[in-house]
Design a binder for this molecule. Structure first.
Ligand SMILES: [Zn+2]
Length: 323
């Protein structure tokens, strides 16, 4: 029995490595974003809400197939001096000129990548390319959500520099999985047009970076108040009993963070809907009359199938959330 539990604990850790914001939160964020849209967009998004939800984790799965994928999910802002990191030019080409592309890729590129995705989504709306609108909306939602996670903006992303390994999944998976359903409020209002989406996203990653110290120090202080057998416990997760941060410790940590996880989830939902709305608006607000069946190409279908198959067996290429 003991061996079986150990095995389960190991596989759970592997699962946690695979998904930033966790499986659960990414899906919730894309799902709830749909309800912030105006009716003219809702006619397209609502019938495809299951796709937007289920495929919200595709970009994390792609980390197991494509080396270039990893840096799109984070930016280690603390590598560029101190807050607000003015040494780092916000414009990509100026940043490349100053630091070189290799350095930028090594420290992560999430805000720039979101901008590329926004341009692609805007183009897809202009062309009324429904499969592309759906895929790009789903995936930009993922990257925007990642940019809201404090430990996606800091090089100590899993507490590996401070003996706090596991904190990444603790913040972004364990807390929402335990508390979101009953305690988080998703009444958020309406999507807004973003006149300057680049500036908006830089603001959000700066907030993430500024919160990273609190995320780490609050866990450290709380650990001093909990004996190890109260900090961790064998509890159920996705139908399996595994060793993980105990409910009591999780609730106490969430209280110490004063609603930070809920706030960042809500801000993610608002940002995702607002980016979708901004892309559609910049494309001239085309009337969306999608066919009942989106009709993905054979290439798309093969890609979905490969994403789903490979991440389960392959090693991640580059950084994942937990290592
Ligand atoms: Zn991610």
């Amino acid at each position: 029995m003991h061996q079986k539990l150990l095995l389960l604990a190991c596989s759970a850790i592997i699962c946690e490595h695979a998904f930033c914001w966790g499986f659960y939160a990414h899906k919730e964020i894309n799902h709830h974003a749909v309800f912030l849209l105006p009716p003219a967009m809702m006619v397209f998004y609502k019938p495809h809400i299951d796709f937007l939800t289920e495929h919200a984790v595709d970009p994390d799965k792609r980390r197991y197939m494509v080396t270039a994928e990893g840096p799109r999910h984070y930016i280690d802002l603390n590598r560029y001096g101190v807050y607000p990191f003015n040494a780092l030019p916000r414009a990509w080409y100026s940043a490349v000129e100053k630091y070189g592309e290799d350095t930028l890729m090594a420290h992560g590129i999430v805000p720039w990548w979101i901008h590329i995705m926004l341009q692609r989504l805007t183009k897809a709306f202009s062309e009324k390319n429904y499969p592309a609108i759906l895929k790009l909306s789903t995936e930009i939602g993922h990257y925007i959500a990642d940019a809201h996670v404090p430990l996606h903006a800091h090089s100590n992303y899993n507490g590996q520099q401070t003996g706090q390994q596991g904190i990444h999944g603790f913040w972004e998976s364990r807390i929402p999985e335990l508390l979101a359903k009953n305690e988080f409020d998703y009444f958020i209002g309406k999507a807004q047009y973003l006149a300057n989406p680049q500036q908006f996203m830089w603001q959000r990653v700066l907030e993430s970076a500024a919160a990273a110290d609190t995320v780490l120090s609050a866990e450290k202080k709380l650990t001093q108040q909990f004996s190890p057998d109260l900090k961790y416990a064998f509890e159920e997760r996705n139908g399996m009993v595994i060793r993980q941060y105990a409910s009591g410790f999780t609730i106490a940590y969430n209280e110490r963070l004063q609603g930070m996880v809920e706030r960042r989830m809500r801000q993610s939902i608002f940002a995702v809907a607002s980016f979708w709305y901004t892309a559609w608006s910049n494309a001239g607000q085309p009337e969306l009359q999608p066919p009942a069946n989106i009709g993905f190409s054979e290439t798309d279908k093969k890609d979905f199938e490969a994403l789903d198959r490979i991440w389960k067996t392959a090693e991640a290429m580059g950084r994942t959330c937990g290592n």
